[in-house]
Write a protein that binds this ligand. Structure first.
Ligand code: PEP
Length: 249
């Protein structure tokens, strides 16, 4: 299975010129990238103009989507509208959206819509703090179970699980590859208990202060299939270097 690097631009960059240049530099790199898929998740307004610039291992993703197809929901964009503009991945349940009030139930609904629309859901889970008793394992397990409620074995290859410990997002350092390894084994076990061998189709990503210095060891020693990257995805040189490093693993 190919590795995956996801760039979550959040509400950046400020201008279309910057967005175009950023996507352009990633696109140019893709001709030398063989084993890794890259997903750019820009703000909604940049999706349409970027839709002609993807392909060759580079994909467009959305940072969120309304689970309904259409209707009177001011300010919302539906998954089926995004699909028409070449969006093939949707981030669901990012901690910044959970903080805005998104519930496990809504997240589950969104994932089902993304799947039925033929796209892949990048499902974010992760604890906000770590305790000495390891209760965060139970917390992450519960988030996974609720997110994937009633999602069948035949759809599970449309799920990507992004483990993003909230305390490591936007922080000064990532978690250690050793701790990540432990968590990735745990998540794999949770998925196997739910889906048996089908669970092996799910790619597990890590997100939280990944950069060009730690990317290689997070993926290699952390035992994950790739990274979800916030800040560093806005620095074209660094992001491209991360892609190359991960592709070389
Ligand atoms: C994120 O917000 O999903 C994220 C991983 O951000 P950063 O890489 O900036 O920590």
């Amino acid at each position: 299975m190919k590795k995956l690097i996801v760039g979550n631009w959040k509400m950046n960059p400020q201008s279309w010129d910057e967005a175009r240049d950023l996507a352009g530099s990633v696109k140019r790199t893709m001709s030398r990238v063989k084993k890794t898929q890259v997903v750019l998740c820009p703000p909604f307004v940049y999706i349409s103009p970027l839709s002609g610039k993807v392909g060759g291992g580079l994909f467009l993703g959305a940072q969120d989507a309304n689970p309904l197809a259409l209707g009177s929901y001011t300010g919302e964009v539906s998954y089926s509208q995004l699909y028409q503009f070449g969006v093939s991945f949707v981030i669901v349940g990012h901690s910044e959206r959970r903080k805005m009030g998104e519930t496990d139930e809504l997240i589950n609904k969104k994932i089902k819509s993304v799947i039925s629309g033929g796209m892949k859901a990048i499902v974010c889970v992760g604890e906000s703090t770590r305790d000495h008793n390891g209760e965060y394992f139970g917390f992450v397990k519960n988030q996974i179970i609720l997110a994937l409620k009633d999602i069948s074995k035949k759809s599970i290859d449309q799920i990507i699980l992004a483990y993003e410990p909230i305390w490591a997002i936007g922080a000064s350092a990532s978690m250690s590859p050793r701790d990540l390894h432990e968590m990735s084994i745990f998540i794999r076990k949770v998925l196997r208990d739910l889906y048996g061998v089908f669970a092996d189709d799910v790619r597990i990503l890590y997100g939280g202060s990944a950069d060009r210095v730690n990317a290689d060891s997070l993926v290699k020693d952390g035992n994950v299939s790739g990274l979800l990257i916030g800040r560093e995805s806005l620095k074209s040189k660094d992001f491209v270097e991360i892609i190359k490093l991960v592709d070389a693993i």
